[in-house]
Design a protein around this ligand. Structure first.
Ligand code: AMP
Ligand code: TRP
Length: 342
């Protein structure tokens, strides 16, 4: 391991174009991507091939297309500068899929069997789930490693997938005796809202696939919808807590305070100092105003961008060209390392 190369910092992250993005995607991921751009080179991908693992995407191709534009628009409206950080859709850079195959031959079935997201998504019908859903985390590892990315800013739910990506990278380096060839990518899971919970049930993650639209704030919701959903959010009858210890058994209170903290770039402690002892009805009004003031400009910019698909197309195409120029030589190296001719 003495001659392991040092890898230049590079961040990679992505979101699936399935359904609409919500506050969890924004606070857990996108909002944290923006300041990273000043610290290191970044690539932001719309992982459209991952969206095909979702049954809804498979049945409705038009939804994947529409959502691809929407996710790209959200990246730009949320503060990603496409001139600085390429934005592109995964399927346009074929090296992701090519590396995924090679990594499928490195990853072990036992490793994938432990993935909790697969278990949750496949439910009782494992044998009827797509093979793509099963091998989804290997494609995710390829997304990252095809650029030798070192940092991966994501929400808390992706931690296990990133550990797998590290295991795959390590096994590749060992098996082919290329110490340090792939970096072991670091998860970057930051901020007070790494796991935003449902507004209807504080122990369930806010999710695109929740049946209840009131459980989440969509990035396409207008000001009235945002305010209404917050006012109707489930809470308990007690006043706002004083400190973290009082979160015990009060997941809804914890969630709303964390959302407030993330939106206002404060810590949960500071928010509690400000609101401790107040009634939820008062706090919710202030939170609704804050959420609208932070989200409305993003929503408006998303709408403007989505009305001009040609502009988004130009951005995705140019992003893919830049991404491909980085991935091509790495994949060529990998092919040589594993003995594929040509
Ligand atoms: P997905 O929509 O599943 O492609 O997720 C895109 C990004 O949003 C990933 O980094 C997730 O970890 C993050 N994310 C999704 N749901 C939440 C949530 N409820 N709270 C925090 N982050 C989330
Ligand atoms: N699995 C991620 C999610 O659902 C999306 C994703 C795919 C991703 N490839 C990635 C995130 C690579 C970070 C890096 O949230």
């Amino acid at each position: 391991m003495t001659d392991a190369p040092k890898h230049p910092p590079l961040a990679f992250s992505g979101m699936q174009p399935t359904n609409t993005l919500h506050l969890g995607n924004y606070l857990g991921a996108l909002k944290n991507w923006v300041p990273l751009q000043a610290k290191m080179a970044c690539l932001f991908c719309v992982v459209d091939m991952h969206a095909l693992t979702d049954d809804a995407g498979y049945r409705k191709p038009g939804d994947v297309t529409r959502s691809t534009y929407e996710v790209a628009a959200a990246y730009i409206a949320g503060g990603i500068d496409p001139k600085r950080s390429p934005i592109f859709n995964q399927s346009r850079v074929p090296q992701h899929a090519e590396l995924a195959w090679i990594l499928n031959c490195v990853a072990r079935v036992g490793w994938l069997d432990r993935m909790t997201q697969f278990k949750e998504k496949s439910g009782k019908h494992t044998e009827r789930s797509s093979v793509g859903l099963y091998t989804y985390p290997v494609l995710m590892a390829a997304d990252i490693l095809v650029y030798k990315a070192t940092h991966v800013p994501v929400g808390d739910d992706q931690k296990q997938h990133l550990e797998l990506a590290r295991d795959i990278a390590q096994k590749f380096n060992n098996d082919y005796a290329v110490p340090g060839y792939f970096p072991l990518p670091e998860p970057v899971i930051t901020g007070p809202a790494t796991r935003v919970m449902s507004l209807r049930d504080g122990v369930k993650k806010m999710s695109k696939s929740d049946e209840s639209d009131n459980s989440r704030i969509n990035l396409t919701d207008d000001a009235d919808a945002i305010a209404q959903k917050i006012r109707r959010a489930k809470t308990d009858p007690h006043p706002l807590p004083n400190n973290q210890n009082e979160f015990k058994g009060r997941p809804e209170a914890e969630n709303l305070i964390n959302i407030y903290a993330a939106l206002s770039d404060d810590t949960a402690e500071k928010v509690m100092r400000q609101f401790a002892g107040q009634q939820f009805s008062t706090f919710k009004n202030t939170l609704a105003e804050l959420a609208v003031s932070k989200l409305a400009p993003i929503t408006a910019e998303m709408r403007r961008l989505m009305a001009d698909r040609a502009e988004i197309d130009r951005i995705l195409k140019s992003g893919a060209e830049k991404a491909q120029s980085l991935a091509e030589p790495i994949l060529a190296d990998v092919k040589k390392i594993v003995g594929l001719v040509g």
